[in-house]
Write a protein that binds this ligand. Structure first.
Ligand SMILES: *Cc1c(COP(=O)(O)O)cnc(C)c1O
Length: 414
């Protein structure tokens, strides 16, 4: 009798496994799927074990050089995050306390924070609803005698619609331009990588960005004097403490096991039990309230640069995949009456995510995406200064995007 039951159970096992796999795997086509692969996870484990390699500053120099080369920029400097790189860029382009800066009213809270931490005043200007960048037509009305700079932001891996117009208006008014390329590393306009037209630009390797080192960022420039000041700024910053570095390395392994591994349906829970306590948050409570956190503004640890170097080598392959996969969402938009993501003439986007303006109901309740598309719909941005509740007024299009812009993943689908 018992044998018979065991045989029957055994026969059912493939079915149970299939159900388990299907149910677990489908919802895991999430926005968290990134560019981490087995070799990145292995590298993180090895760096964690070997103190000498973890502290080898040769990686930092190699990463910066490789990034600058691939980006077509003369100089690149690495930091613990793009927000820290932005703080460096603010100092390096010569902005001072009391200066005003034009910032799109649809950005990350850490972007606005970098300016307020420097004693500056961000003046928010509205965006356009095609690429969700700053609307050039909204700039001049907000320029005062104290305005010294503009933050030119490229979102979702798209090149922003008013790229050249913003540069022209900035030129006319003598404003410094810092390009925020945190979501668009590798995108091109007229054959030139974005980030090379302003005075300086920032990039991110945070876990939701184009390359993933869990946390990390760079500032680039093509100007000798700005490069000197970026270098000086970087040299005055401490390296993160070793326990934090090892924690970040553990996060690489955790991320891989939970979101990228082909066995994630099986290993996700054990990984959580083993490494979950070390999970790093990208933005602290202080930052959400607009306050400077204690460890703000460090430089990049050599071990993180080693991971960055490994990630850079696969960036173009993943960006090509993202571009190809975006056509699925083009077709979906066409078939459902939604506007396609806008690719401005002459641009080559990288589609970090595929933005779509849907109804407010579709943004607030996103079960339909799992059900109908088999993917998780992302919510960048949930607020004007994402993800904080800090208010921004007078940016009507930004408010529409906050209510209606979702984004669809471009990795892990086909
Ligand atoms: C993520 C992001 C940043 C900040 O990057 P970190 O590396 O997390 O500091 C800045 N700007 C934009 C548009 C971003 O998406």
């Amino acid at each position: 009798m018992r044998l018979k039951r065991a045989v029957r159970f055994g026969a059912r096992l493939p079915v149970l496994f299939y159900r388990h796999y299907r149910n677990l795997d489908r919802p895991l086509v999430t926005c968290t799927i990134s560019t981490l692969e087995k070799d990145d996870s292995r590298l993180a484990a090895e760096l964690s074990r070997r103190d000498g390699r973890r502290r080898d500053t040769g990686y930092t120099a190699a990463f910066e050089q490789e990034f600058a080369g691939r980006n077509g920029s003369r100089f690149a400097f690495s930091f613990a995050s793009a927000r820290s790189a932005l703080s460096a860029a603010i100092a390096a382009v010569g902005l001072d306390p009391g200066d005003e800066v034009l910032v799109p009213g649809y950005t990350c809270v850490v972007v606005a924070n970098a300016f307020t931490f420097a004693g500056m005043t961000p003046v928010f200007a509205d965006i356009e609803l095609e690429t969700f960048g700053l609307d050039a037509g909204q700039m001049e009305g907000r320029i005062t005698p104290r305005t010294r700079a503009v933050l030119l932001q490229h979102l979702y891996g798209l090149v922003c619609r008013d790229y050249e117009k913003i540069l022209a208006i900035a030129g006319k008014h003598g404003l410094k331009v810092i390009e925020d390329c945190a979501q668009a590393t590798g995108a091109e306009f007229r054959g030139v990588k974005i980030g090379n037209r302003g005075d300086a630009a920032i990039y991110s390797s945070e876990q939701s960005k184009i390359i993933n080192t869990i946390q990390g960022g760079l500032a680039v420039t093509n100007d000798n004097a700005i490069a000197d000041r970026l270098r000086e700024f970087q040299n005055t910053r401490p390296y993160p403490a070793d326990d934090l570095v090892r924690r970040q390395l553990a996060n690489v392994r955790l991320h891989y096991l939970q979101y990228e591994s082909p066995h994630r349906w099986l290993v996700s829970s054990p990984a959580e039990a083993l490494l979950g306590k070390q999970r790093l948050e990208s933005t602290t409570e202080d930052e959400l309230r607009g306050r400077r956190p204690p460890l703000y503004g460090q430089r990049m640890a050599p071990a993180v640069a080693a991971l960055g170097l490994n990630q850079l080598r696969k960036m173009e392959r993943f960006n090509e995949k993202r571009r190809q996969n975006s056509s699925r969402w083009d077709r979906w938009c066409d078939g459902h009456g939604f506007g396609r993501a806008t690719v401005i003439p002459g641009s080559r986007p990288v589609f970090l995510r595929y933005p779509v303006l849907v109804t407010p109901e579709m943004k607030s309740e996103r079960e339909w995406a799992r059900r109908e598309l088999g993917v998780e719909a992302g919510v960048w941005f949930v607020s004007n200064l994402h993800p904080s509740a800090l208010p921004v007024s007078g940016c009507g299009n930004a408010d529409i995007a906050v209510r209606q812009c979702i984004n669809l993943p471009t990795l892990g689908i086909s």
